[in-house]
Design a protein around this ligand. Structure first.
Ligand code: AMP
Length: 218
């Protein structure tokens, strides 16, 4: 899945993985989980990655790829796999293509979500996430029944470290400069689905499923 920060990739990946019984692999979730475990700071590479993430910058390609390559069980899931937030650079895409070839697997589709810059900023700056079950809320469009508390599991809602204005600006720049060129790279491979993420999560999911079905049956 491709798309700027805040476009809803995580929400869509979660819903799609439930529909398709596929494995959801989010590289951002891997780094956020690592950031909660202080013993990971024993690894200078991981500590540096977490610092870069908090600034809104991309983590070096080699480290991200190593984390994905360690998780090949996900890639062999019988329901398939959904990659959320990876690859994010041409280098990562090329390394991943080589990995898939070695594993004799292929990507059925690359879904690229699009959204206006104003709505992207609005979505990221109002986002709250449950610290336990990771359900995503929004201060205006999907506020929890009790402020600061997850409707689903009752745990505290937190704002992501990289959802502050300076990091959002850096993340949007990184997306435009490093990740967006991947859209063209994928278009040339013929399995790209461009989907507007402007509607509700359920509406975007329906459009995504229709597009995936059409791609599979063309
Ligand atoms: P996300 O949750 O996908 O927005 O990712 C959060 C942060 O994790 C990003 O802003 C990067 O700092 C880091 N990250 C996640 N995936 C990648 C990737 N494929 N390449 C580089 N950095 C990544």
């Amino acid at each position: 899945m491709l798309g700027p920060p805040g476009v809803g990739k995580g929400t869509q990946a979660e819903m799609l993985s439930q529909q398709l019984h596929a494995c959801h692999l989010s590289t951002g979730d891997v780094f956020r989980a690592a950031a909660k475990h202080h013993d990971c700071m024993a690894s200078p590479a991981l500590a540096q990655a977490i610092e870069l993430m908090h600034q809104g910058k991309l983590v070096p390609d080699g480290l991200v790829f190593a984390l994905v390559a360690e998780r090949t069980t996900c890639l062999h899931c019988s329901g398939g796999f959904i990659l959320d937030g990876f690859p994010r650079s041409l280098q990562q895409a090329n390394d991943f293509d080589a990995l898939l070839e070695r594993l004799n697997l292929q990507l059925d589709a690359v879904v690229s979500y699009t959204l206006s810059i104003e709505e992207t900023i609005n979505r990221v700056s109002g986002r709250l996430t449950c610290s336990k079950c990771h359900t995503v809320y929004h201060l205006e469009s999907k506020a929890p029944a009790t402020p600061g508390i997850c409707d689903r599991c009752g745990n505290a809602l937190t704002r992501r470290h990289d959802d502050h204005p300076e990091a959002i600006r850096v993340r949007l720049q990184e997306y435009a400069a490093i990740t967006e060129p991947l859209v063209e790279h994928c278009r040339q491979k013929g399995n790209l689905l461009n989907i507007s993420a402007a509607s509700s999560p359920a509406g975007v999911l329906a459009t995504t499923l229709t597009g995936l079905y059409a791609l599979a049956h063309r």
